[in-house]
Design a protein around this ligand. Structure first.
Ligand SMILES: NC(=O)C1=CN([C@@H]2O[C@H](COP(=O)(O)OP(=O)(O)OC[C@H]3O[C@@H](n4cnc5c(N)ncnc54)[C@H](O)[C@@H]3O)[C@@H](O)[C@H]2O)C=CC1
Ligand SMILES: CC(=O)C(=O)O
Length: 329
């Protein structure tokens, strides 16, 4: 396994609610030696850097924080993309696609040339679709491009199952897989507490109604928080920071992450081993027939969105080329 190198840099693109919370968590947990923040809102960027710097002066975190450009970010060990619009109450993640795909495309233009060793971690929504396009736009190997995917949904699932089973959340081994969005599904057939299958721990409770209510809770968690406070940031800040730590420390942790699935031709979440080179390998998963069907439905839905977005992106590129030619003539 690789040894962590001495200077480690994480660039966080977008320093709104999610980017700033992530940067704060990276500092508190001493994940890297340097955090570079990038945001076109100059005043906000300067304010966040000054405020976050104040958190580094006490307690010996050792992490330095500074403002940077997209070009600087392109040379970082990890680039975390939180740049983009967020959902308003009642809006779906997919409704952000057009806006956030344009932002993503402009980010890769500004970051070029990107270091061939950089790992890209997508957070902005719709995260599975943006992960798919980040892989194409960056030209990086597919193992180096990943999205937080259903890690946050899986954490939420752990939380609710821990309450029901009256055990600590970290004793729950259960995953939400597929899309970080409405077509996500819970892999109930492999859910366990310690080494005990969930069906033995909750023998009377594990009915179709119970499963449906847990799935609705998990799927609806973001919407409920956004209605209450306008954004979600702490859960994702902690999760994205942990993924950065798994990468830089080559920890080989197994997490549900969004990455390219060659057999489905899209990015969605399945369990994977995470280490210094990004996705080290996909873990084999046993799904029952119903779960397998849900996975295929999820992939079909994501493929349809990708095909629509591909047309939009190529129209965009054509328009940019036409404008360039116009300027040149
Ligand atoms: N994957 C997940 O589990 C989660 C994803 N999100 C997503 O994260 C994204 C960010 O959310 P918030 O931070 O709450 O939004 P926000 O609006 O507070 O911050 C977004 C920031 O991105 C910046 N930005 C725009 N274009 C940029 C560019 N080209 N380069 C760098 N920065 C740029 C904006 O100026 C803004 O400051 C949203 O798409 C949201 O849906 C949020 C929570 C969880
Ligand atoms: C906003 C979002 O994607 C989440 O909190 O799950």
């Amino acid at each position: 396994m690789d040894q962590p190198k001495l200077k480690t840099t994480i660039a966080v693109l977008g320093c709104g609610d999610v980017g700033a919370t992530l940067a704060y968590t990276l500092i508190l947990q001493s994940v890297c030696s340097e955090v570079i923040l990038v945001d076109p809102k100059k005043e906000l960027l300067e304010g966040q850097v000054r405020d976050l710097s104040d958190a580094t002066y006490r307690g010996g975190s050792g992490t330095k924080i500074r403002a940077g450009t997209h070009k600087d970010a392109g040379q970082a060990d990890i680039v975390v993309i939180t740049a983009g619009a967020k959902q308003k109450p009642g809006e779906s993640r997919l409704s952000l696609l057009s806006r956030n795909l344009h932002i993503l495309s402009s980010i890769f233009t500004s970051m070029a040339p990107i270091s061939p060793h950089t790992i890209l971690l997508l957070v902005a929504n719709p995260v599975d679709i943006l992960t798919y396009f980040a892989r194409k736009l960056s030209g990086l190997p597919e193992s180096q491009v990943l999205g937080t995917g259903t890690s946050l949904d899986s954490a939420r699932l752990r939380g609710i199952l821990a309450q029901k089973a009256e055990v600590a959340p970290n004793s729950i081994d259960a995953y939400v897989l597929g899309e970080h969005g409405d077509s996500q599904f819970i892999a109930w057939s492999s859910a366990a507490i310690g080494i005990t299958p969930l069906r033995l721990v909750l023998p009377d409770q594990l009915t179709p109604d119970f499963k449906a209510s847990i799935a609705a809770h998990t799927r609806g968690a973001a919407g409920a928080i956004i209605r209450a406070k306008g954004c979600t940031s702490y859960g994702i800040g902690n999760i994205a920071a942990s993924i950065c730590k798994y990468i830089l420390f080559d920890s080989r942790s197994v997490r549900p992450l969004s990455f390219y699935q060659p057999d489905l031709d899209c990015c969605l979440s399945m369990p994977a081993v995470v280490g210094r080179r990004g996705i080290i390998k996909a873990m084999p998963v046993e799904l029952d027939e119903d779960e397998r069907g849900q996975l295929l439905d999820c992939a079909r839905g994501l493929r349809a969105v990708i095909e629509g977005a591909e047309a939009e992106l190529s129209a965009d590129v054509k328009l940019e080329k036409a404008l360039e030619m116009d300027k040149g003539s």
